[in-house]
Design a protein around this ligand. Structure first.
Ligand SMILES: [Zn+2]
Length: 316
């Protein structure tokens, strides 16, 4: 193995992570970087780091690089030493010995949906390319599954985007338009937080226990301004009328929206406010105005202390 593997990995920046614990520090850096980029808290969900930026989780990214190397080895000139080393590696795999090719098969078996490969599979360019596509598909399905089932990502579900075939479809992983189209950083951060369930409204903040109170059931996470409904995203942005400034902010936004996107603007009042919010999430024409509206609305809510029922207070 020591005489063969050095030819296979020479000059290429990759390694097979058969001991997954050794990769943890590296993955932590990727998560930290993406959270900082998006302005999310250090405990935010992991799936959204990838669905919103288009990045690939590091473990899988490194596996895809290894498959790229494998494809190169298969196609390289048979007279080269590295090709001979590759054939030796496959021969050792057939004998059940540990080396580069069998490590690669172990990594493929460890995927969420295990992929079983034979030595012959690893020598076939078409099969390697098919495996690469399958891995990307497995990761994307897993990420989409998180978005579809986690409570905090309800605004991201059924979000249609232009796919490779130029038709509207679900795209699990992509650098989203609001991250590049909203130019004011504070507005972009407010919109990102609202879409990804990392904002200061009570529907999120009261979900978990704190030092002085228990976790509060959703129906009791009431609006701090009107105490008449759950303080969630659609209530804050479009339902609550308890504060005149809030109503004025909304009117100004709707006026700007009708100017930028008349078709969407005309839908306000004709469909439920929640459906209207979902359509706004996908809208590109008025994304800057929408992000500003979110920022100003959340800032207005923060001027008033959060309400929670005393029944959930933990005696000090
Ligand atoms: Zn309210």
């Amino acid at each position: 193995m020591a005489r063969v593997d050095c030819y296979l990995i020479s000059g290429c920046e990759l390694s097979l992570d058969t001991d997954s614990s050794l990769l943890q520090d590296h993955m932590d850096v990727q998560h930290l970087f993406l959270r900082r980029l998006l302005g999310l808290n250090p405990h935010s969900m992991l799936a959204i780091l990838f669905t919103e930026t288009g990045q690939m989780p590091l473990r899988v990214r490194r596996l895809l690089l290894a498959l790229g190397r494998l494809l190169y080895l298969v196609r390289t000139d048979p007279r080269r030493v590295v090709h001979s080393a590759f054939l030796d590696s496959i021969a050792l795999m057939r004998e059940g010995k540990a080396e580069w090719a069998s490590d690669l098969s172990i990594m493929l078996k460890r995927l969420l949906t295990a992929i079983e490969v034979t030595p012959d599979d690893l020598m076939c360019p078409d099969t390697i390319q098919a495996i690469t596509k399958q891995i990307v598909s497995i990761v994307d399905q897993d990420l989409q599954n998180d978005i579809d089932h986690l409570v905090r990502t309800h605004l991201l579900r059924n979000r249609l985007e232009l796919g490779e075939s130029r038709s509207l479809t679900l795209v699990p992983r992509r650098l989203r338009h609001y991250l590049t189209s909203v130019h004011v950083p504070a507005h972009r951060k407010a919109m990102t937080g609202l879409l990804l369930g990392d904002h200061n409204l009570s529907v999120e903040r009261l979900r978990y226990p704190a030092r002085y109170r228990e976790a509060i059931p959703r129906q009791h996470r009431l609006c701090r301004l009107c105490l008449a409904a759950v303080e969630d995203e659609v209530h804050a942005l479009f339902d609550c009328t308890a504060e005149l400034r809030l109503v004025q902010l909304r009117s100004q936004f709707l006026e700007a929206l009708r100017e930028r996107d008349p078709v969407l603007g005309a839908l306000y009042g004709k469909i439920s406010n929640y459906d209207f919010l979902l359509k706004l999430v996908s809208s590109r024409k008025a994304v800057q105005q929408f992000a500003k509206h979110i920022y100003l609305t959340l800032r207005l809510f923060e001027e008033t202390p959060r309400y929670f029922p005393v029944a959930f207070r933990i005696p000090g």
